[in-house]
Design a protein around this ligand. Sequence first.
Ligand SMILES: [Zn+2]
Length: 445
Amino acid sequence: MGALSTAETGQRERSYLHAEVETMPREQLAQLQLERLRATVANAYENVPLHRQRLEAAGMRPADLRSLEDVERLPFTVKTDLRDHYPFGMFARPQGELARLHASSGTTGKPTVVGYTLQDIGNWADLMARSLYSGGVRPGDVVHNAYGYGLFTGGLGAHYGAERLGAVVVPMSGGSTEKQVGLIMDFKARVLCATPSYALAIAEVALQQGVDLRKSGLRIGMFGAEPWSAAMRHEIEARIGLKAVDIYGLSEIMGPGVACECECQEGLHGWEDHFLFEVIDPESGKPVPEGQAGELVITTLTKQALPMLRYRTRDITRMTTARCDCGRTHARILRITGRNDDMLIIRGVNVYPSQIEAVLLTRPNLAPHYQLVVERKGILDDVRIEVEALPGVSADGFRAIARDVAHHIKSMIGISTDVMVQAPGTIPRSQGKAVRVRDLRPKEI
Ligand SMILES: [Zn+2]
């Protein structure tokens, strides 16, 4: 464990779980990445027929990787590759060497299945522990884990990481929201792990029970698994009275803990000793200059069972390698604003739901619960925003609030919307990943 340099007043505490690697000079980190990239490509080439075929088609052999820039010569991998090779066709290890399987709930077709060796699980626990620590969690803290346990990677990912760190895990999973409130209070949880939308749902149920979570022991929220705006962060921090930390991951790459904010909260450190990050233009597939927005592409560097070469996450973000005040040298992913497939094209304007969320949360009298309904009216796409008023706001005022919201969305984002302000409690609450968009447009065939 890293030494605590108890700094003078006003300075940030600089302490790390894996000090040597978290503060490794970038040249040294790049050298480690290159060694591990070569080993990963060799693993994929030798053990996964799909990767071998694609590498051969690209005229690449593992020995051809001379510098990190050569990663751009590797073929991309996409989510449908996992579906097309369901269930185990992308695995680089035989069944006898696997320790665990997880799967995503495919809304259409087959789920995507991911596998881990015992060493993969160990690395995941380490990275999740490192992520929790960088967010401010410490050994001995009671960690209330409200991520869903099961095939979804959120629950077990946070669980193993918290245990590895030396925290005390409460394996609550999602649901039974009233009970969650009771246990948070009784066990004096310091940390809440949940999706941001479920954290809000817990806070709301607490208030209905007469419990103000701002007076609870909660100090840190480790929130992820869905994109959320900065405005939503402020809302959650104000309602629960904790520091809301953004954590990122995806099961195809590992699960939660691929990247996490430090206490500076100025971007999520992507753990570059285990992953190689790129940002590309989603149209051309070419890298974009540092700091420019594009699609996040990740190559795993240590995964045994499921090595991933240039996996296209469809998450849109920007990255920076500028040194962070915390002293960590790992590059930062600047908040994920949305996923390419969440992007709505409304009358020719590209819109992310998080942009609408950001506007909603700046308006007075509104609760942070909303849904976007997209319909086709004639040949045009039509967006209806259903949002809740705060308790105590009179129904007579709903129309005026709706007009105000529509006006601000038009001026900030440039699209016309129908806004329906509804009574408190009307919008369905999530217990995991929130459903923010209901797209009722006819599916294109
Ligand atoms: Zn930092």
